[in-house]
Design a protein around this ligand. Structure first.
Ligand code: F1P
Length: 303
């Protein structure tokens, strides 16, 4: 029996939300081209978030600094080093809900000391009062606990703001989302996601997505770190998925393990939408509802 024979139809919100990504990205691109809310070029910037939003912060930080727009560091909001020694000129916070405790704590601490910008989905959230500027993406907000389009729309907005052209991402995502999920991906025992540069954050996000939606065992690393130990996990019926460039020799090294290597010329953001679809279908095949996953809530609000 394959896992798909016990399919259920949970995840209706996730389905609708992940499918809308190309259209939502076009809105985010247009908005980013009109607004100038983010720190100016040359400013030293820290970017913070939790969970998915932290991984988007990582991707934006690498892209901004790589584009020559200024020193940019990403932190999990709970582990952020934002003291005066680091001399940040501004802090950008990413949060769909606008209620995540660690993010709100940072914004409250910095109020009146360091300029802050929040990138948010829920425009009624308390974060609007705490941040000095707010990028509002209400059309990307979601009902599913498992984030897809808010995260990618926020990143699309942020990448556009540093001059990254995302036309190819939109076109490739349309193709990726129209493609059926192959049975091998539904049945695979384990996934490891790899990335380099700005796609390291995407790799971590892909791994988190499958943990959240599918309760699956996943791992994620910078691609060049993979052979420093994690490749011990590779085996037949396990997948090694590379976002962006495949480092020299890696394909041969993975082939020797019997694992399946996935790499493509598609835009890495489109590849992430493909993982979203696979996560949804794997969840359904296991009778899980990723709109309301086990042990998770839309936002972590600490007492
Ligand atoms: C951040 C987050 C999500 C995660 C979970 C708990 O939320 O960590 O990434 O999936 O639902 O909250 P937010 O600050 O972006 O609203």
């Amino acid at each position: 029996m394959t896992t798909s024979t016990v399919a259920s139809q949970g995840g209706a919100f996730m389905d609708e939300e992940l499918s809308s990504q190309p259209e939502v990205w076009l809105r985010a691109i247009a908005q980013a081209q009109q607004e100038h809310l983010l720190p100016a070029d040359g400013k030293r910037v820290a970017v913070v978030g939790c969970g998915t939003s932290w991984f988007m912060a990582q991707s934006y930080a690498v892209a901004r600094e790589s584009a020559g727009r200024g020193v940019t560091d990403a932190f999990a909001a709970s582990e952020a080093f934002l003291g005066s020694a680091r001399q940040y000129d501004a802090v950008v916070a990413i949060t769909r809900s606008g209620t995540t405790t660690e993010v709100l704590d940072i914004l409250a601490d910095l109020k009146g000391k360091v300029p802050t910008v929040a990138v948010i989905g829920d425009v009624t959230s308390p974060v609007r009062e705490l941040a000095d500027a707010v990028v509002e993406l209400p059309y990307a907000d979601e009902k599913s606990v498992v984030q897809t389009r808010f995260a990618t729309a926020a990143l699309v907005y942020l990448l556009t703001s540093v001059g990254v052209d995302l036309d190819a991402a939109v076109a490739d995502a349309r193709t990726a989302l129209a493609a059926p999920v192959t049975q091998a991906f539904l049945d695979a025992e384990q996934f490891t996601f790899l990335g380099s540069g700005w796609t390291v954050g995407l790799a971590h996000e892909a791994g988190l997505k499958m943990r959240e939606a599918v309760q699956a065992w996943t791992e994620s690393y910078p691609a060049m770190e993979y052979r420093h130990g994690p490749i011990a996990i590779a085996a037949p019926n396990r997948v090694v998925w590379v976002f962006g460039e495949v480092p020299p020799g890696l394909a041969d090294d993975v082939a020797r393990t019997g694992a399946v290597l996935v790499a493509s010329d598609e835009h890495p953001l489109a590849e992430l939408t493909r993982v979203h679809r696979i996560a949804l279908e794997r969840a359904r095949a296991r009778g899980l509802d990723p709109d309301a996953p086990r042990n998770l809530s839309r936002s972590v609000i600490l007492g």
